[in-house]
Design a protein around this ligand. Structure first.
Ligand code: NAD
Length: 248
């Protein structure tokens, strides 16, 4: 595999896009730390990876808590000796309201997971990667890192900020052998979208020129490329995997 002997963290790896990324990393030879706030789903993901012949361990962490993310990186080094790759994927949708009606609680909650959580991840991952001589970070943003998601101001704001954070890291760590890029998926078939009604789903599909939603594996393939040496001259970038959503 192209990630043979690499040590990788994936946050929010118990479900959806994160699960596909963790499975893909493991299939390519990485030792994967599956992290999630949901212990049951995280442990199931580890079992799935192991029964497919991969190496993985579960470490619970709520990414919105700095001390838990710091402990996650520490546990990774205790378990596998170093940290080469990190995918900061954990995220939530939040309430759907006009900006003028958006509750302060939901704003805080979405920003704390979707932005603070990614910053905490990057901060402690960078510290460790710098110690072990290099590494790669992939942050999961969204198409809403560049276009609006009406009724989801907090989500749009957090995802735009993740793109900015990623650019800053690219600018700062270019000569430290650490690369950092962000990915912008359009709507992907995951449990995050399960609450959407049939009509809502049809309306979402209509916004994608390809006439369908994406699959978690289609995001994982881009993340794999960005996490591997095949993308060795790419840093500070933001790459879409959106079925043409932002082209129209
Ligand atoms: P999902 O709900 O299927 O999975 C998210 C996982 O993150 C869950 O296992 C959940 O337990 C975990 N999680 C939630 N809060 C957490 C926290 N505070 N700490 C640790 N783990 C936490 O969602 P998904 O669709 O796979 O989304 C993954 C990422 O992709 C998110 O950042 C999301 O914003 C982004 N994204 C999703 C879509 C989509 O259409 N599904 C599109 C673009 C971007």
């Amino acid at each position: 595999g192209i990630l043979e002997n690499k040590v990788a963290i994936v946050t929010g790896a118990g479900s959806g896009i994160g699960l596909a990324i963790a499975e893909t990393y493991a299939k390519e030879g990485a030792k994967v730390i599956v992290s999630d706030i949901n212990e049951e789903h995280g442990k199931e993901a580890v079992e799935k990876i192991k029964s497919a012949g991969g190496e993985a361990s579960f470490v619970k962490a709520d990414t919105s808590k700095a001390e838990e993310v710091e402990a996650l990186v520490k546990s990774t080094v205790e378990l596998y000796g170093r940290l080469d790759i990190a995918c900061n994927n954990a995220g939530i949708g939040g309430e759907q309201e006009l900006t003028g009606d958006y509750s302060l609680d939901s704003w805080r909650k979405v920003l704390s997971v979707n932005l603070d959580g990614v910053f905490y991840g990057c901060k402690y991952e960078l510290e460790q990667m710098d110690k072990n001589g290099g590494g790669v970070i992939v942050n999961i943003a969204s198409i809403h890192g560049t276009v609006a998601a009406p009724l989801s101001s907090a989500y749009t704001s957090a995802k735009h900020a993740v793109v900015g954070l990623t650019k800053n890291i690219g600018a700062e760590y270019g000569q430290k052998n650490i690369r950092c890029n962000a990915v912008g998926p359009a709507y992907i078939e995951t449990p995050l979208l399960e609450s959407a009604s049939g009509d809502m789903k049809e309306a979402l599909i209509a916004k994608h020129p390809m006439g369908r939603l994406g699959k978690p594996q289609e995001v994982a393939e881009l993340v794999l490329f960005l996490s591997s040496d095949k993308s060795s001259f790419m840093t500070g970038g933001y790459y879409l995997v959106d079925g043409g959503y932002t082209a129209i």
